[in-house]
Write a protein that binds this ligand. Structure first.
Ligand code: GRF
Length: 207
């Protein structure tokens, strides 16, 4: 049985989508940990409601280095024999200390069609504002493996939505979030079924 840890900083609607798919029996795994860098993250509350263990270590004002912080997460994941880490609105840059041991075993969801509109500073409303400013005809969401480049790892799944002439960052965010809630559980399900491999830096899905 695959053991999953989810790292989240905020509302946790993607976490909720994963939990829902698990409770519906489509993701066959154990959610062993939900970790947050913010004590008041709603994601922690959601996890507790569903009986999932939670840990939070406040990152604001943390005295150590980013590496020391990530070492603590790594320790937790190793203790719990985690197979897959899912970043779900985790608002911190992750260091190689955590990325390397979980290479191709750590996923992220990004609210745009990568490789467009990714990288540092491209998060939350900034992404949707940039998409609208570029007059894109479509946007969407991407699930990808986490590597050392920000938003640069192999793409697992994408889903797109049209961008209308009247679109605002808020309406676009809402549409994209719906896609996220669909493709993230699907990607995790495929991983748990052993259907995802990475060859020469590209994801191969065996159906
Ligand atoms: C999502 O838009 C996701 O793409 C981004 O952060 C947001 C998290 O939303 N990485 P939630 O906390 O899952 O509701």
């Amino acid at each position: 049985m695959i053991r999953i840890a989810v790292l989240a900083s905020g509302g946790g609607s993607n976490l909720q989508a994963l939990i829902d798919a698990w409770e519906a029996g489509s993701i066959k795994a154990k959610f062993s940990l939900v970790f947050s860098n913010a004590q008041d993250a709603k994601a922690l509350e959601r996890a507790e409601t569903h009986g999932i263990e939670t840990v939070s270590i406040t990152s604001k004002g943390y005295a150590g280095t980013r590496e020391q912080y990530d070492e603590q997460i790594l320790g937790l994941c190793q203790d719990k024999k985690i197979d897959l880490i899912c970043l779900a609105g985790y608002m911190r840059i992750i260091t190689p200390i955590l990325i390397k041991p979980f290479l191709y075993r750590m996923m992220n969801i990004h609210p745009a069609l990568l490789p467009k509109f990714g990288g540092e500073g491209m998060y939350g409303h900034h992404v949707h504002e940039a998409v609208i400013a570029a007059k894109e005809k479509e946007s969407g969401a991407t699930v990808h493996f986490v590597t050392e480049g920000v938003d640069a790892g192999p793409i697992i799944l994408q889903g797109s939505v049209p961008v209308s002439a009247k679109e605002t960052p808020e309406t676009l965010a809402e549409k994209v979030l719906k896609v996220e809630h669909h493709i993230y559980p699907e990607a995790v399900k495929l991983f748990c079924e052993g259907k995802i491999t990475v060859e020469h830096g590209r994801v191969k899905i065996t159906l």
